[in-house]
Write a new protein. Structure first.
Length: 281
């Protein structure tokens, strides 16, 4: 009965379900799991235009609460799902120099597009693992809002990633890296993505992580694939980095906090992203 309940929880999470602390390239062991509820906040009054230059814009706020989970079907296969269960996007009021209101402002609340898929371990050594992950983007968010404040992009994408992880045990350090291809539809450009992270655990309770990740657009999208107020824009590229701290309160419960910035970008907001959450494992 306990196993059936866990399967049901995983299925429900997938129905409601884009990055949190997880096992990296490693799969979960049979019956083991990791769940996280996290908040990510971005407020920006600048964005990177297609040429990579920063230009001013009305202040845009993106507040996203995401439920992320992994569950090990067996030692080689893990279910993965990311569910942005609540997203709020705001666009500030615009006033000219004479105090005249040019735009009253707008906002949008709702669920966002979610991802569901699986990770499979391809090769294992004593301290290393090579895995593959496939994710399917399910377009349940709103892709038609008058001010362009979209919670989804209306397209069904498929993301395939190759992942590598290595533990430096007995030193409490690990490295994980990945590279992947995102096949987008509905006129959006395909993307090549990559990421790397280095983690260090202190006294089995405090985990320090530094991440680097990027997306490179293949720029093969159609001009009609706009994607709203830059949150789901076409032809996006960026390189971001930042630290995250995770602390285990008990053997199963932990909390996390992080910040992420970008060194360059195209068709993306220019502002730091702050995140916080708690997790069970």
């Amino acid at each position: 009965m306990k196993r059936i309940i866990i399967y049901l929880m995983t299925f429900i999470m997938a129905i409601f379900s884009t990055q949190a602390l997880h096992a990296g390239a490693w799969t979960q062991k049979r019956g083991e799991w990791y769940y996280k509820l996290g908040l990510r906040i971005v407020r920006a009054d600048e964005f990177y235009e297609p040429g990579g230059n920063k230009i001013d814009t009305r202040t845009i706020g993106d507040y996203t609460t995401t439920f992320y989970g992994e569950y090990g079907l067996n030692d080689w296969l893990t279910l993965v799902a990311s569910a942005p269960i609540f997203k709020r996007i705001t666009l500030n009021r615009q006033v000219n120099g004479r105090g005249e209101v040019l735009f009253l402002g707008d906002s949008k609340n709702g669920v966002a597009d979610f991802d569901i898929g699986a990770r499979v371990a391809l090769l294992r050594a004593a301290k290393s693992v090579l895995s593959a992950e496939v994710l399917f983007g399910i377009p349940i968010g709103d892709d038609n809002q008058s001010s362009g404040l979209l919670t989804g992009d209306g397209e069904f994408n498929q993301l395939i990633k190759l992942q590598f992880g290595h533990s430096f045990f007995p030193t409490a350090i690990y490295f994980s890296g990945e590279a992947g291809f995102n096949n987008r539809t509905e006129g959006f450009s395909d993307e090549f993505g990559y990421a790397a992270e280095l983690g260090y655990t202190f006294k089995n309770r405090l985990l320090f992580i530094f991440r680097l990740r990027g997306v490179e657009s293949l720029k093969n999208g159609e001009s009609s694939g706009v994607g709203g107020m830059l949150l789901f824009a076409n032809n996006q590229s960026y390189l971001s980095y930042g630290p995250e701290i995770n602390y285990m309160i008990t053997r199963m419960l932990g909390v996390s906090a992080g910040i992420e910035g970008a060194t360059r970008g195209e068709n993306v907001l220019s502002a730091p992203a702050f995140s916080a959450g708690f997790f069970l494992k």
